[in-house]
Design a protein around this ligand. Sequence first.
Ligand code: ASP
Ligand code: MG
Length: 450
Amino acid sequence: MIVMKFGGSSLADTERIRRVTEIVRARLDRKPVVVLSAMGDTTDFILEAAQKAIDKGPVSVEFSLEKISETHLTASKELGLSASLTPCLRDLLSELGSLLAGVSLTKELTARTRDCLVSFGERLSVRVAASYFQSTGINARALDAWDAGFISDSNFGAAELLSESWQTIPKSLLPLLDEGIIPVVTGFIAKDAAGAVTTLGRGGSDLSATMIAAACKAEEAQVWKDVDGILTADPRIVKEAVPVGAVTYEEAAELAFFGAQVLHPRAMRPCDKTGTPVLVKNSYNPEAPGSLISAVLPENVHPVRAITTRGNVTLIDIVSSRMVGQYGFLAELFSCFACHEISIDMVATSEVSVSLTLDSAHDISAVEKTLSSIANVKVKTNKAIVTIVGLVDRSTAILESAFGVCAALGVRIQMISQGASKVNISFIVDEVEAAPVVRALHKKFFEDGN
Ligand code: ASP
Ligand code: MG
């Protein structure tokens, strides 16, 4: 068996759904389990609708619902499914409408309610797609994640699947495959032990797919996107970016964390555990070979896999002579961030100083105040992380080239760290310099024949 996951943009309209159907049909002999995201930007629409329900009250609900209904009812009409499907879609839409109305009246939106609201995106999309699959002769069945064995903790908004899912998922899905049924499962969502709907975090349907693949011992998890695979750089920054043929799980996770929006960072975990290959493919261009994520790289692979960047970074320099020869200083420092629930991304330290970075979205005024009593603290905003993911045994040569590129551009590298996983080299530059640096690095590594 294989798992085939399609994201929102692969399901954005009827034309896309038809294409997805053909992609699935061409692989029926491999016994696919299909995992779907919400159609197009439905998740964002629902989140917007929830916010409007609070800000504008009950009047906004009808309007928001209209927009969400339209996407699904139009698709069902255009796909010729109205008669059989509309009542079922209407039931879900009216349940969504009641929930939104509740939010608009109570003016309260808990993480738990938000998860329940957004779950309707995936619940609607699997019903539209499965019913179209059936109308074209594919023996498909729409399944909500909780009917496919997905059980999570109650951390609404970023739930973790419970370990029993490793048994409950194959137990739910494999018998269907044996009967010749193609399960079409909602990505992104689950239920906790008490039966409340949870979500696995934005973009979480990748994780749903890799979890099914790993738990069911699939041959492969295919993640169908709207790009030709994992690219050597963000094509919005580097138009010469090309797909990377092969990456390891570790590299793919690094790329996801450091800004390549191709796969959900947590999505690699289940398949990494079982060694199940993950193939990233383009639903707009199924002929393209895609990128294969697995445990080992082919021989003679290019030393650099990809270059990514992420802006909105704050750099904090902490200098204290108290650190010299002392123990406990770093513990004190980090516990201060932990107390304020601020997550740190990169760290570099010397005998007397620590530099660290965090997402600029964090409010650090309180931390800054506490730290100032034990050290000299400088906060620098508008920074960006540039990350080169590549082979560790070539890191000296990679660093040499990277420094050369920055020197030629007159860009000052303000902090540098080589990740513990050893596959990434990250450095901090001013945010405005990030795109030119990425373009120059891309040229150096991929376009100049190095
Ligand atoms: N629909 C959800 C989102 O937009 C989950 C996903 O697409 O993977 O975040
Ligand atoms: Mg989505």
